[in-house]
Design a protein around this ligand. Structure first.
Ligand SMILES: C[S@@+](CC[C@H](N)C(=O)[O-])C[C@H]1O[C@@H](n2cnc3c(N)ncnc32)[C@H](O)[C@@H]1O
Length: 380
């Protein structure tokens, strides 16, 4: 039920706002992309797919022991255009490099929205890959990775340590956000009470009207010491203050849960790839306290990459964080290893720092994405 009153105060991440965001993705279907309600071109053009395919290939080449079957998982796939582009790019790169990784690959496309998955299941360009079993679909909420299902609604258990690579493109910016603040050394969290005006005209997506008419009242409350990540977040904020930064910490707790779950499902040497809009370095403390951002028509937030990088370090990962603040699409690569190989670092720097062609896009990317989305053209 979208319309109504909710005067009860809740932690920001559990508030009505993020329920509306979830409602949107679970119900909107292809209009999200066909009406460009959510931008997706930056992660869903062939140039980006080639850059990433080269990086993944370099990482696989650096591994001394690879299993016979390789498994990649894409999360929050939405429209499936990245999947199409990546599969093509990875096949081409393997051909150019004379490696057999593509033929050894099983590729899992996942999202938490069954609606998007049904649409991907009907995508004509993917049919041969579904039939051969090389590509499979999975309903997976990355904040509850243990409760995933196949499209028939049967529970599917993903064994730990399964994947060689996991992709998260524009997913973390949609996860519910929490906001923290240190008050006299005590970690406090933003709580809100929300109220939605009841007269929602049935013209635009209802969540938009709901958002427009939402009234937020916010306050900061001390977190309880036993809350899972409190000591670590306090530490992170304290260090930030020591280096001259003060203020608020946007830190999505569901993001930390998702990172920990996804990281556990990587094989040794496996890669976790995040591409998103976000804060880099010094710029992560602006006051985002007061009003959520919308991105196209969706609720969104900047991803706190420095925080996620530190969290992944803590889990034992070696990380590479996009060093270029002006990039519109930031990235973070984590590997389940003691350190990144020289070959992988070189590939990342070459494809995403020195010659990041995805950051100098051409207009026809939009047309290309649109064509693929409608199932036109050919994949290979
Ligand atoms: C902004 S879209 C990005 C789509 C695509 N990956 C891209 O790069 O354009 C966010 C996607 O993440 C999915 N999503 C949001 N929260 C999720 C969660 N907790 N688990 C899995 N998928 C989620 C949404 O259904 C939606 O398809």
């Amino acid at each position: 039920m979208l319309v109504g009153m909710n005067a009860q105060s809740l932690p920001y991440s559990q508030s009505l706002l993020w329920k509306l965001a979830q409602y949107y993705y679970l119900n909107r279907g292809q209009a999200t992309w066909l009406l460009s309600e959510t931008p997706y071109v930056l992660t869903s053009n062939l140039q980006f797919a080639y850059q990433l395919a080269w990086v993944i290939h370099a990482a696989l080449e650096s591994e001394s022991q690879l299993p016979e079957r390789l498994s990649f998982l894409e999360t929050g796939a939405g429209h499936g255009v990245f999947s199409l582009n990546f599969l093509k790019a990875f096949k081409d790169v393997c051909q150019l490099e004379k490696s057999d990784y593509f033929s050894r690959l099983s590729y899992w496309i996942s999202d938490y929205s069954p609606r998007y998955l049904q649409e991907i299941a009907a995508q004509p360009l993917l049919q041969p890959l579904f039939e051969s079993g090389q590509v499979q679909l999975l309903q997976l909420d990355i904040t509850e990775i243990e409760s995933c299902q196949n499209l028939r609604g049967e529970r599917q258990v993903l064994p730990l340590g399964t994947f060689n690579a996991i992709f998260c493109n524009y997913v973390f910016d949609t996860l519910p956000l929490s906001v923290f603040q240190l008050q006299r050394g005590l970690l406090c969290q933003k709580w809100v009470s929300t109220r939605i005006e009841p007269n929602v005209p049935p013209v635009l997506p209802p969540h938009l009207y709901a958002l427009k008419d939402t009234v937020f009242v916010s306050e900061y409350r001390a977190t309880r010491a036993e809350e899972a990540e409190s000591p670590w977040l306090t530490d992170f904020l304290q260090k930030a203050q020591e280096t001259g930064k003060t203020g608020l910490l946007p830190a999505s707790e569901p993001s930390l849960q998702a990172l920990s779950g996804l990281y556990g499902h990587l094989q040794p040497g496996g890669l976790l790839w995040l591409a998103d809009k976000g804060y880099l370095g010094e710029a992560w403390l602006p006051a985002i306290d007061f009003w959520p951002q919308t991105y196209g028509l969706c609720v969104t937030h900047q991803v706190n990459f420095p925080l996620l990088r530190d969290y992944l370090h803590r889990l034992g990962a070696a990380c590479f964080l996009d060093p270029v603040p002006k990039h519109q699409l930031k990235f973070l690569l984590a590997q389940k290893s003691q350190g990144l190989s020289e070959r992988l670092k070189h590939s990342l720097e070459y494809h995403f720092v020195q010659t990041n062609r995805n950051e100098s896009r051409f207009v026809n990317y939009v047309q290309d994405c649109d064509r693929l989305l409608r199932g036109q053209g050919s994949l290979f």
